[in-house]
Design a protein around this ligand. Structure first.
Ligand code: SF4
Ligand code: SF4
Ligand code: SF4
Length: 377
């Protein structure tokens, strides 16, 4: 380590690589600097300013996510000035809109009136749908901040509930911009951006249309990165709290990419799907099918038994009966017309192991190399 590539954070001398920011160096060394807008795989914006740190000799606090490390810097990440700045930012965020979890700083009748107004907007008598799973709430507890009734503002934009998979609640948006970066820089769908600047900012799709009428492809990346309750999965909203679920890691079955996913399971039912961050091949990203197309799992229309068609109608059968029937038909065709008159189409939606068994059965039992897969099966 040489003085040319070191900085000091909280009294510790730490090395850095060219191009690294103060936040990069801190995180590499397990120094916890909170952020709300910072998004891996996107350019830092420094917009939320929660990650500010004190740099010796600088006139202002610096956003650590957007400030490159420069040799000789002396940095404090939790000085009094830093903590005061973070508290003010958190207080302003909590004071804007419908942040009705327990950190809202109301008392008595005011509290009741506020909750009733939010319940009407939420169409629910429960606290915020992401209560217990919110980074702003975590920070409010960490820095012991609540909202200030004198600073409170109302958000003029109504909740957008018309989309098939996503509810957009502008009253809880802290305008961190993570959704915009996730859509534009990570997924490159270019569906949303900041609109109505100058004090009335709103995250908008083109022409401020609902997502369902825009270029949105409902990949849900924006929901996954939203640190608060402004973007929520429609089907899971108010149906589940994070401590009620078990997370089961598995591989998405929709296609051969093999995205790593967590099934969030409550009472033996899959209630939501999220991507596994920091895991190949998808780094947490998913497509609309992987993230939202899971209702087939518990569909009552799924087949429970084999069906045999007789006289144009299906009847239920046992597995033994169905397998005997198919085996006899395969044998008859093979004996009469030869093995190459048979072929097997497998599916991109089954596992490698199942596809292996299918080709083994085709080659070893049916005695033909006529085996392929169809992406649609
Ligand atoms: S978004 Fe977060 S801070 Fe706001 S009400 Fe919900 S849990 Fe509380
Ligand atoms: S769901 Fe995907 S495409 Fe739609 S706004 Fe969110 S990130 Fe963009
Ligand atoms: S919707 Fe969520 S991610 Fe997007 S700006 Fe608002 S708070 Fe941030």
């Amino acid at each position: 380590m040489t003085a040319e590539n070191t900085i000091m954070i909280n009294g510790n001398t730490l090395s850095f690589e060219p191009g690294e920011t103060i936040l990069d160096v801190a995180r590499k060394n397990s120094i916890d600097v909170p952020t709300l807008c910072h998004l891996k795989r996107a350019n830092p914006t420094g917009v939320c300013r929660i990650c500010v740190v004190e740099v010796e000799g600088a006139h202002k606090l610096q956003a650590s996510c957007a400030t490159p490390a420069v040799a000789g810097m002396v940095i404090l990440t939790e000085s009094n000035k830093v903590i005061e700045a973070r508290k003010l930012i958190i207080q302003l965020m909590l004071s804007s809109g419908n942040h009705n979890c327990a950190i809202r700083g109301h008392a008595g009748d005011d509290w009741t009136a506020f909750q009733l107004q939010v319940q009407k907007s939420d169409d629910s008598d429960e606290l915020c749908p992401v209560w217990g799973d919110c980074q702003l709430q975590d920070l409010a507890y960490r820095y012991q901040v609540s909202s200030d009734p004198m600073l409170e503002t109302q958000i003029p934009y109504p909740m957008e509930t018309v989309n098939p998979f996503i509810v957009r609640d502008f009253s809880r948006c802290i305008q961190c911009g993570r959704c915009v970066q996730a859509c534009n820089e990570v997924q490159v769908n270019l569906a949303i951006d900041f609109g109505y600047k100058s004090g009335a900012t709103k995250i908008v799709a083109a022409d401020d249309k609902p997502l369902k009428d825009s270029d949105c492809v409902f990949c849900g990346e924006c929901v996954a990165v939203c640190p608060v309750g402004a973007l929520v999965e429609k089907d899971a909203r108010y149906k589940v709290r994070p401590w009620e679920t078990q997370k089961v890691r598995t591989t998405c079955t929709y296609c051969g990419v093999g995205c790593q996913i967590y099934l969030h399971v409550k009472d033996n039912q899959v209630v939501k799907v999220t991507g596994v961050e920091d895991a190949l091949p998808n780094h947490g990203s998913l497509c609309v099918k992987g993230r939202f197309g899971n209702d087939f799992i518990h569909s009552p229309e799924r087949l429970q038994t084999p069906l045999i068609k007789e006289n144009g109608n299906f009847r239920e059968a046992s597995w033994d009966e169905a397998l005997d029937l198919v085996a006899n038909k395969f044998s008859r065709i093979k004996n009469e017309y030869g093995s190459d008159s048979l072929g097997l189409l497998t599916s991109a939606r089954i596992t490698n192991e199942e596809n292996y068994i299918a080709q083994k059965f085709t080659r070893a039992t049916l005695k033909t190399n006529n085996v392929d897969h169809c992406a649609r099966l």
